[in-house]
Design a protein around this ligand. Structure first.
Ligand code: DP6
Length: 328
């Protein structure tokens, strides 16, 4: 029986997505830009299930809470493409899930690519990105490696809200993203719920949209010219604004813990007192990502590892495109 094996990687947004203009179609309020990361990998095996239900397994478990968004994604996909079959899905994440390490990005990117191959849908990459977006917004970007932009789009039906590659992974081999893991516990407020609250209640939201939109072209130029100081500074500025939006949301969203704060301060100290080009960003979770160059990675990792509340540090390079293998 035909089976498709997909490996896809999660991404870290340098220019963030935090808020939707359409909750059902998962359309963002603004464009975003990310780097796909080797350290955050998901592998998914997908085949048709002879029985009339979907069989979903994550990391050897059948956790209902993790399965529910996948079940609704599969229903949406069946309805969109007139598919009658059900699926058997085995997915493995090589990093802690549901704690802000964007497992949904790599997971839904892998699923969209996998279903496209398994069911011979012959979708273009734009269409695969649009499909992945229906699972999770950030997944629209993870169908590519390298640096990736996800366009906000203007159309009400979401047909122009897809991701496109900006630069290949090979563009900047010295670029690194270090990931300080501060806890493996699941987060309390999901990105989906948190961003919805932010759009509705944060007085800083509209201001962030304007500032963040202005940063996007500057970020692309800085990535093209491999300028770590500008890439890092713009990314950190966008994160600071997103963090202010989160904190000014009602009820206030605080995704950070003691380890996160120690890592943020540690990186600031290395940059300001030792002149090391290192910059912080986080997502809707407690882990801290540090943007830097390979030459500085060992000393930054050493520092992060000594900090209270930091349990381990991953070193990531920029990942290439997902891999899709068809086994007949
Ligand atoms: C903070 O893509 O997880 O990581 O679209 O509701 O599934 P849904 O949310 P998700 O949100 C990611 C938010 C972020 C920033 C980003 O990745 O751009």
């Amino acid at each position: 029986m035909k089976q498709v094996n997909v490996s896809a990687n999660a991404n870290i947004a340098l220019i963030k997505y935090w808020g939707k203009r359409d909750e059902n179609l998962m359309l963002p309020t603004k464009s975003s830009l990310s780097l796909t990361l080797t350290a955050l990998k998901t592998t998914t095996t997908i085949a048709l299930n002879k029985e009339q239900h979907d069989c979903i397994e994550f990391d050897g478990h059948s956790d209902e809470q993790l399965q529910s968004p996948v079940r609704s994604f599969l229903e949406t996909t069946r309805a969109l493409f007139g598919i009658n079959s059900h699926f058997s899905i085995i997915s493995k994440n090589y990093f802690p899930t549901a704690s802000g390490l964007a497992s949904s990005a790599s997971g839904f990117a892998a699923l969209a690519l996998g279903i496209n191959s398994l069911c011979n849908l012959q979708l273009s990459m734009q269409e695969v990105s649009i499909l992945a977006r229906r699972g999770s917004g950030s997944a629209a970007r993870s169908i590519y490696g390298g640096a990736v932009i996800w366009h906000r789009g203007d159309a009400n039906d979401g047909s122009d809200s897809f991701a496109e590659p900006v630069l290949p992974a090979s563009w900047w081999p010295d670029l690194r993203v270090l990931i300080a893991i501060t806890t493996t516990a699941a987060k309390k407020v999901s990105s989906r719920a948190g961003m919805q609250q932010s759009v509705a209640t944060s007085p800083r939201y509209q201001d962030w949209l304007i500032r963040s939109n202005n940063r996007l072209p500057a970020m692309i130029t800085a990535l093209r010219s491999r300028n770590i100081i500008t890439v890092g500074s713009l990314s950190q500025a966008d994160w600071c604004d997103m963090r202010d939006v989160m904190l000014s949301t009602t009820p206030s969203l605080n995704y950070w813990n003691e380890g996160s704060l120690n890592a943020i301060m540690g990186v600031k100290m290395l940059r300001e007192q030792h002149g090391i080009a290192c910059y912080v960003t986080t997502d809707a979770g407690p882990h801290v990502k540090v943007i830097c160059l390979a030459v500085d990675a060992p000393v930054i990792m050493q520092k992060l590892q000594t900090l209270l509340g930091v349990s381990s540090v991953l070193e990531s390079t920029i990942a290439g495109d997902p891999e899709v293998e068809i086994v007949e």
